[in-house]
Design a protein around this ligand. Structure first.
Ligand SMILES: [Zn+2]
Ligand SMILES: [Zn+2]
Length: 242
């Protein structure tokens, strides 16, 4: 691939075909002259014609040019599929319509190309007026994203946040549980106190206690907690008596 100056790139492309013809004619004339001496006029013409045909269509006519980015100094092949900056047309027939020539669809001639090297992406101007709008760019050029500085404490902070959240949640649960317990305690003592007074009148000896427990068992047969509490009251009353 021939490297050309960016400011003359369009001229080079426009002259590609006439130059290809000129070279082909010169080469053909030379080859025909030499080969006709060896193989005679007819075969000389066929061989020279075939060789020059291949040279023209497979190389000279499709010859692509390269330019060098003046910013990053990297090489850019001008037969890179590109997007036209005027109407955002997609150009894929890049052998005939490279970005140094014109858009195949709207005919616009790009005055600049955005360097497709990711660490550069600056504009390469093809004319001296350096128009900064409507520039051509590479198909699928990824958007340049600022390198994100990774905070080394980021992971640690996230972990601590999660722990803090869990602890706060646990604290809330504990406070609520405590409140429920307190509320229950506020309600229960009078009830228990009432029962205690009631049982005190009923329990005079162990026999009374046994009977009372039997009636408690019957009364609270579906509530083992209540049953245990009442039994404890009876036991305490009995202990007081002894
Ligand atoms: Zn560049
Ligand atoms: Zn276009």
């Amino acid at each position: 691939m021939q490297t050309v100056d960016r400011l003359n790139a369009r001229q080079w492309f426009r002259w590609r075909e006439p130059v290809a013809w000129a070279i082909s004619i010169v080469v053909f004339t030379f080859l025909f002259f030499v080969l006709s001496q060896v193989f005679g006029g007819f075969f000389g013409f066929i061989i020279a014609g075939g060789a020059v045909f291949c040279l023209f269509f497979f190389y000279l006519d499709k010859r692509a040019f390269g330019i060098v980015c003046p910013h990053c100094q990297k090489y850019i092949e001008t037969n890179t599929p590109w997007i036209c900056g005027y109407k955002q047309c997609r150009n894929e027939n890049v052998d005939d319509f490279p970005f140094i020539y014109r858009c195949q669809h709207c005919g616009a001639e790009p005055k600049a190309y955005q360097c497709h090297h990711l660490d550069c992406q600056k504009l390469i101007f093809f004319t001296k007026d350096e128009q900064k709008i409507n520039f051509a760019k590479c198909v699928n050029v990824p958007v340049k994203s600022k390198p994100v500085k990774k905070d080394p404490t980021e992971g640690k902070i996230a972990k601590q946040d999660a722990e803090l959240h869990d602890l706060k949640h646990e604290l809330d649960v504990t406070i609520i549980k405590g409140n429920i317990k307190e509320a229950k305690a506020r309600i229960e003592p009078p009830k228990m106190k009432g029962l205690e007074d009631k049982y005190r009148g009923m329990v005079k000896d162990e026999d009374d206690a046994r009977k009372l427990k039997a009636s408690i068992d019957e009364e609270c047969k579906n509530d083992p907690v209540e049953r245990a509490k009442r039994h404890a009251i009876v036991d305490a009353l009995l202990r007081d008596m002894l």
